[in-house]
Design a protein around this ligand. Sequence first.
Ligand code: T46
Length: 137
Amino acid sequence: MYKKPTIIKIEKIIDERGQLNFFEIDKDIDFLIKRVYFISNVAKNKERGQHAHKKLKQLMIAVGGAVEIDLDDGLGNKFSFVLNSSSEALYIPCGYWRVLKFFDQNTNCFVFASQKYDTSDYIRNYQEFVEYKKIIE
Ligand code: T46
């Protein structure tokens, strides 16, 4: 569906009771969700990530606060996004090195993932990641 990291607009319905957001498989994302995790209570300016995934695709949404997500395809292309609205999500295809920078301790980052947790899907060394991308491209 998306070959590159892409911001997706998440539909919202607002009425006198508040706001409701939703997204759907096939319409908004091209994978079945096998795992959901969320990151919270990260001190201001702390970073997470510093790794890439071989197969995992993810959709990230920040609810409250803000998080910057820096992505690198290992082939010289870099992308930077700020998530700060529950009406926007970031789709991250497989094969991107990521660094998450949290702007505020109240940020809750929800992640919808295409695979169950699998340590063998992670590449945690940047040079190894660059070599891996050269081989698979
Ligand atoms: C990613 C970024 C955005 C589990 O046991 N199950 C899980 O599903 C996850 C995600 C993590 N863990 C354990 C593994 C570690 O002992 O939780 C601990 C912290 O995980 P990690 O250091 O990988 O956290 P981040 O924030 O650096 O990375 C996570 C995801 O792992 C990664 O896929 O893209 O968030």
